[in-house]
Design a protein around this ligand. Structure first.
Ligand SMILES: C[S@@+](CC[C@H](N)C(=O)[O-])C[C@H]1O[C@@H](n2cnc3c(N)ncnc32)[C@H](O)[C@@H]1O
Length: 263
């Protein structure tokens, strides 16, 4: 019997390196971040007001949001391509005694037509590809995966914030004493950010280079509209503050129109 093809073969990119996620795990996902997530998810639900209880957490990582959504009564699918992080997610879901359908897949490949009332892309899980047009493919997949009337929330660092705070070199001492040096460069006509993160620990340095595409509020709105979404609203926080000059995050809430035609 022929096996069903589920994923496309692609060239290796920076996010395929599991060592990146493993090395930065303690700093990206401290326990306080998990502890704050149920309250964040309540804010997500207040902003999005989904019409039903099925949810997709795209790029779910260690299951932070997926587990909190399941605890809030949603039937959740968590999709991520890093097996190491999905194993963490499975263990955390077991400990929390909730069920989530975990799927190891690239966000460019995941599509489940008309399946979800709510889709999330949280904590800057977007814009990673060498080929920028693939971001549009992801948005189209999300649109297709929502039921009519479904709602998508994306949370990234906006280009406006980057323009305000970015320094070419930044350094900080992490809670375990590791020194993190970040080097940044804007390129490609202010559309991309090239990063080098260097961890200095016990006299040894480890460096990771990666890049992502930057979106301003208007650019994100335009992409979402291009993917088919209607009624796109921007916010600067999950509390629903305006996407203004002091916005820390770029949060877009976009809806897929229902099928009931206006009379
Ligand atoms: C910054 S983490 C955010 C995790 C999660 N959304 C959260 O809010 O805690 C980004 C996640 O994207 C995943 N990822 C990166 N590239 C991906 C891809 N092409 N397809 C699916 N997942 C990907 C990584 O494995 C990682 O879990």
């Amino acid at each position: 019997m022929q096996r069903k093809k589920t994923a496309t073969r692609r060239k290796r990119e920076w996010f395929d390196d599991a060592a990146f996620w493993r090395d930065f795990y303690p700093y990206m996902f401290p326990e306080t971040r998990f502890a704050n997530t149920p309250a964040q998810i309540q804010k997500v639900l207040a902003l999005t007001t989904p019409g039903g209880k099925t949810a997709l957490d795209l790029c779910c990582g260690p299951g932070r949001c997926a587990i909190a959504l399941a605890q809030a009564g949603f039937a959740v699918t968590g999709v991520d391509k890093t097996r190491w992080l999905l194993d963490k997610a499975r263990a955390r879901a077991r400990a929390a005694k909730v069920k989530v359908a975990w799927i190891e897949m690239d966000m460019r490949d995941f599509v489940r037509p008309d399946a979800y009332d709510l889709a999330l892309s949280m904590f800057t899980s977007f814009g990673y590809f060498d080929d920028k047009t693939q971001d549009m493919a992801v948005l189209r997949n999300i649109f297709a995966s929502l039921r009519p009337g479904g709602v998508f929330l994306i949370d990234i660092t906006g280009k406006e914030r980057i323009a305000k705070v970015l320094q070419p070199t930044m350094a900080e001492v992490l809670p375990d004493g590791t020194l993190l040096v970040q080097r940044h460069e804007i390129y490609d006509d202010w559309t991309r950010l090239r990063n080098e993160w260097i961890l200095l620990r016990n006299g040894r340095a480890k460096s990771y280079k990666f890049h992502h595409t930057l979106y301003s509020g208007q650019e994100m709105k335009d992409r979402l509209a291009q993917a088919g979404f209607a009624d796109v609203q921007l916010y600067g926080t999950l509390d629903g503050d305006a996407y203004g000059p002091d916005a820390l995050r770029l949060i877009a809430v976009a809806r897929k129109r229902g099928t009931i035609a206006a009379i």
